[in-house]
Design a protein around this ligand. Structure first.
Ligand SMILES: Nc1ncnc2c1ncn2[C@@H]1O[C@H](COP(=O)(O)OP(=O)(O)OP(=O)(O)O)[C@@H](O)[C@H]1O
Ligand SMILES: [Mg+2]
Length: 419
């Protein structure tokens, strides 16, 4: 089993493990005596055990990778929910003689903490010591990564402030903007004011700031855009979480990853979490998906308002199918902000954002004739007009200029005919 390498005397082995691991923890800035492996020799067997910061499916696969890279043949001894064990086989894979004396790797996942335990009759070879050290490093390597890196790996991204993204970018919607300012922006800009009020009113102090707000509205009415503007207004990071892609890309892993996202945000000292397209949690198409959805939902319910509630984060969810969402989830949001389809005057003002060369009457006319359109449709329509105009300019070798109003009228007609 030990590929010809002789076992190392116990004391030397213990010394080596302790030295390597404390130097690793020091270097990665996570020195913690309580995390040091417990190494012992009892009744003729070596035992090494250490705490795992977490035990995820992905982590388990990584451990198996480490084991396989040092030990030729292993078998799965147990693969139950919460208890996984791998055992080295004999050099001759088919001989089972004294097989249970070979090195064994056990992983326990408990609700309070997880643990790895490595046991072997007698002493370990250098190869086997290396497995233990490498496994410890793997288990703790995600810890030393910055929250930003962790977020990226988990499929979330940080939206940074963009000077061009101010409230003026969103035309109309004064009522929506006012509500967002009141419920999200002001409390984040002046937390002290809100806390002092709560201290004067509550027998037991608790925050009166909203923790979760839901943006509801048809596709293309500016929900995601509003989140980008908020990112520029407040001084804390905005973490964009595309729920749909977390659900499909990470599948069985999605609930742990969502937890990891909330943890990373807390480690950053607080953030706004923007859960975009939260409706992907609504329709559960097949049984497997149903299970994954159920687990993600339960993480969300706990995180939004429960024992694991994130203390420093504000969550914004966006949906265009609120009626399909789980009612327990909806109830976790302190407030819903409805983004209606734009009215005629707002449509005119959206046109003037994307076709600023047109006069107010022209925009008003386009606004009147575009009933039922969202901001996105209007933007697309303006692009369509510009592209047609560009082709004409090139065909006739004209000087570049902005499209005349007829081009927008034409785009409107094409759009209506396609409805
Ligand atoms: N009131 C508005 N003024 C200017 N642009 C707008 C307005 N509403 C929407 N848009 C533009 O339409 C596009 C789509 O908006 P956004 O992605 O924010 O919509 P959404 O509500 O998040 O849609 P979905 O539900 O499909 O995700 C963006 O490019 C945005 O700039
Ligand atoms: Mg969106």
């Amino acid at each position: 089993m030990n590929k010809g390498l002789p076992p190392i005397p116990y004391d030397r082995m213990k010394d080596q493990i302790e030295k390597e691991i404390s130097s690793f923890m020091e270097k990665s800035g996570q020195w913690d005596q309580g995390m040091m492996p417990a190494v012992s020799y009892e009744q003729g067997a070596t035992k090494i055990s250490f705490i795992l910061p977490s035990l995820t499916d992905r982590g388990l696969i990584e451990f198996l990778g480490v084991i396989k890279s040092h030990i030729a043949n292993v078998r799965v001894h147990s693969f139950e929910d919460g208890y996984y064990a791998f055992q080295a086989l004999n050099q001759n894979m088919f001989s089972t003689e004294n097989m249970l004396d070979n090195i064994k790797f056990e992983f326990f996942s408990l609700s309070s903490s997880s643990r790895a335990e490595i046991t072997k009759k007698g002493e370990l070879s250098q190869e086997e010591v290396n497995v233990c050290i490498e496994m410890f490093r793997k288990a703790h390597s995600s810890q030393k990564e910055s929250p930003h890196v962790r977020l990226r790996k988990l499929g979330a991204s940080l939206i940074s402030a963009n000077a061009d993204m101010t409230w003026d970018y969103i035309a109309g919607y004064d009522e929506v903007k006012r509500k967002i300012r009141e419920s999200i922006v002001l409390p984040l800009q002046n937390p002290g004011v809100y806390d002092s009020i709560a201290r004067k009113t509550r027998r037991v102090f608790e925050s009166n700031r909203p923790r979760a707000v839901l943006f509801e509205g048809s596709p293309g009415v500016g929900k995601t855009t509003a989140a980008r503007v908020i990112a520029g207004e407040v001084d804390i990071p905005l973490v964009y979480v595309p729920v749909e892609s977390i659900m499909s890309k990470w599948y069985g892993q999605s609930s742990q990853n969502l937890s990891g996202i909330f943890d990373a945000c807390e480690d950053m000292g607080g953030a706004i979490i923007f859960l975009d397209e939260i409706d992907s949690l609504a329709g559960s198409r097949n049984q497997n998906m149903f299970e994954a959805t159920r687990r993600v939902l339960s993480v969300l319910l706990r995180r939004l308002d429960g024992i694991d509630a994130a203390m420093k984060t504000v969550t914004i969810g966006a949906t265009n199918r609120k009626e399909d969402l789980d009612s327990a989830l909806i109830s976790r949001f302190d407030q819903t902000i409805l983004f209606p389809l734009p009215n005629s005057a707002e449509r005119a003002s959206i046109f003037s954002n994307y076709a600023m060369h047109l006069g107010p009457e022209e925009c008003a006319l386009l606004g009147e004739r575009s009933d039922g359109m969202s901001g996105r449709t209007i933007k697309d329509l303006c692009e369509f007009a510009e592209r047609r105009w560009a082709r004409k300019i090139m065909a006739k070798s004209l000087e570049p200029s902005a499209p005349p109003i007829e081009y927008y009228r034409h785009s409107l007609r094409v759009w209506k005919d396609n409805q």
